[in-house]
Every structure is written in structure tokens, then in C-alpha cells.
Design a protein around this ligand. Sequence first.
Ligand SMILES: O=C(O)C1=C[C@@H](OP(=O)(O)O)[C@@H](O)[C@H](O)C1
Ligand SMILES: C=C(OP(=O)(O)O)C(=O)O
Length: 448
Amino acid sequence: MSGHGTPIPMSSHRSTGLSGTADVPGDKSISHRALILGALSVGETVITGLLEGQDVLDTAKAMQAMGADITRDEHGTWRVHGVGVGGFAEPGQVIDCGNSGTGVRLIMGAMATCPITATFTGDASLNKRPMARVTDPLALFGAQAVGRSGGRLPMTIVGADDPLPVRYTVPVPSAQVKSAVLLAGLNAPGQTVVIEQEATRDHTERMLAGFGAQITTEDTDEGRVIILTGQPELSPQTIVVPRDPSSAAFPVCAALITEGSDVLVPNIGLNPTRAGLFTTLREMGADLSYENQREEGGEPVADLRARFSPDMTGVEVPPERAASMIDEYPVLSVVAAFAKGDTVMRGVKELRVKESDRIEAMTTGLRANGVAVEDGPDWWIVTGRGMGNVRGGATCASHLDHRIAMSFLVMGLATQSPVHVDDGGPIATSFPVFEPLMADLGADIRRG
Ligand SMILES: O=C(O)C1=C[C@@H](OP(=O)(O)O)[C@@H](O)[C@H](O)C1
Ligand SMILES: C=C(OP(=O)(O)O)C(=O)O
């Protein structure tokens, strides 16, 4: 979905007593990977609970353009008939990944060791984001990339005819880079080794093993060492996509800051590579409990119960936790505004290269709504005003960034005056049912 439709101005208004159950949609990271690995296996992969947000729909279209047969039935079950490792067809059109960094980076990796050429583009946000972090390691496999200056989309990748396996230490904490290298390694002979100094979400490794690839992970002095044996035949799988902790963050945080609230968000994955926000909120004194803790599909899962928490205090978030909550800092900065004292976030420079510069976008909007914030290249401090003391009243720019839009809409539920967002359209990329879900809980979020 290149470009973006007419802006959808939205506003949120002081709400109390949010209650009920929030059934958030499927995990975005796992949904992308299910479609891509389904497309690389031989036979039929069946996926239920797939996130039907625009980012994931764009990945499905890309996989179809590269030869996979993908259908969805009226119950929302997706079926993917794959082409096999190395079997991608050359797409006849430009691949448009819309707003999705995960989509474009993983697909570039997956096609880079196939003998095809593909051109990628995205919306105004994606076309600003850095791609050299992916094309640098893909060049080691023998793929060539030509894009706009600064390694930006639109970009053409010429896949390697005769790929070499690679040993690569990921220079930034990024699951997208790690995954692009592993997916490229699938069609390289021999062993591809990826080393990450900071552990990032491990859905690619887990799912590759599930599809039958030979893959090992070991924590060593060098970091986390992942070894993948190339050119496996991947066997199709039945995948039940768990619900997205990054989406759960919004109803959870809304309940914590609105008086009288008590909300249940069931079936949320608490994989340690994703659960950093919930740990942090509990350290701040949030009334957030894990109910019915269990294992599902090899992942720790719980029902989250969040209640109004008037006495939260600011904390220092350890930098080594950043990767496990990287997409949740915007909404954490909102909760921090209602806590007492400073919330200090360090080691967060990756936030500057997401759909927007998230530190800049949140800092500007928080200040406009009466909250004191300071920031530097890789740090960020929000000075909380305490519950009930945040003014609100400003219009915030969402910068084509779903998480910025949802974070400010959550904030306006507890400010003295309503908070406006210039464009809620991007919310559909990751959380298409955000508006009805929040309305069902009793949140007063409006269009206009
Ligand atoms: O691999 C993934 O599915 C993702 C990895 C993270 O990005 P980085 O790898 O750039 O940190 C995250 O921000 C994104 O929403 C999803
Ligand atoms: C950063 C995000 O996504 P992506 O990188 O896939 O665009 C996100 O969903 O917050």
C-alpha cells in the first residue's frame, strides 16, 4: 500500500471505569514469518489467528507475487502453498511493502539467495528507513542492491546465482536484520552463522525449527550464536498465531491510567524477548497481574489483568531490556507522564529509525500536552506529573506511525482536556480493530 489515504483525525476524551475483555489480534512478527516460511515450504501451511493488518497483508501479496498460492476462507483461516526453498519466482511488478520494515527486510533476505531480481518500495515512512543494515550482510551472500542514496527504498535486489554461506555479527540489536540473514542462509549451501550481542525476538529461529530446518542457538562469550544449515526442505505447518503483546500494551496501559478500570487481556505471549514492557510497568507499581499462566505452542502465555494504578512511580529502564520492549517505549512514555518522578530510558537509539523518529514524535507531543521531557541521541527522560495532573489539549502528529497515534489516543483518556491526533489511519497497519476494541472497554475515542 504505497502512500496513504486521506488523513483520519481522531481524538480521545477523559474516560473512567474501562472494563471487560480485550481480545487483541494476532502477533505481527509471527504473522509475517508464518507467511514467508509457508511460502518457502513445499505443501500446504495452514495459519489461524493471522494478524490481518495492512503490514501483514502486504507481505501476503508479496509472497503471491513471488509464486506462492495464498487463500483465506470465510472463517479467517489462511492457506499457503509454498514454492520451496530457493523456488521464488521473479515478481512481475514492484513489491510494495507499504509501512512495514519487517515485511521488506525479511522478504529481501528471503529472496537474496534466489536467482531473481526484485524491486521494493514502500510508503513515505518506509522509504526513509535505513536498508543498508540488511543489504550489507546480503552482499556477503553475493546479492547486489541498488537503491536511493543512504541505502533507502525504492531499491532493487539482484539475488545471488551462486550464494555463499555467511558468518555475520549483527551490529545493531535488530531481529529484522538477524532474520534477513537467516532467511538468506536458507538457500545458501553449508552453515550460515549469525551472532547477536543483544538477544532480540527469536520468532524466526523458533519457527524455522518448527518447519524442520536444522538450527541451533547457543549463548557464548561472543554473544548469542545461531547456526543454520542451508538448503533444507521445509515441511508445511499448522500455525496458531498467538496474540500480540505489542498490541496488548495499549488496552493494558489505558486501564492503568484511567480511574476505576479493570481490564482483562487474555492469551498474551510472555516470551522474554517480548515482555519487557510488562516487567517495567510492574516495577513502576502497576496493578498488572499474570493470570492463568501456562505454555502454548512452546511459549509462555498468560491472561493480563490491568487495574487503575494511581500510585505508579518513575523507574530507570535497564538498557539491556530495550530489545524486549522496543515497540512499547512510546506507550511507556505516556504511562510515565502519569507516574510520580522521572522515568529514564537509555540505550534506545533504535527508536529513531522506526516508522518515525519515535523519541522526537513523542517528545514533541508530550511537551505540547504539558509534560516535561528531555532527550539525547540514545536516551530519553519523562518527568511524571502524577495521576490526574496531565493537561492534554494539544494536537499530536502521528508521522505515519501507528504506535505514535495509539499512544497519544491512550494518553487522552486520562488528561484534563482531550488529546487530538492528526491521523489515525496508520493504526490499521498493526491493530485494525483498535477503535471498536477500545470502545467496547468504554474508552471515548472519536473520529474527528
Ligand atoms: O522482527 C520483527 O518482527 C520486528 C523487529 C523489531 O524491529 P528491529 O529489528 O528493527 O529492531 C520491531 O521494532 C518490529 O516491530 C518487529
Ligand atoms: C517498528 C515496527 O514495525 P516495522 O519495523 O515492521 O515497520 C512496529 O510495529 O512498531
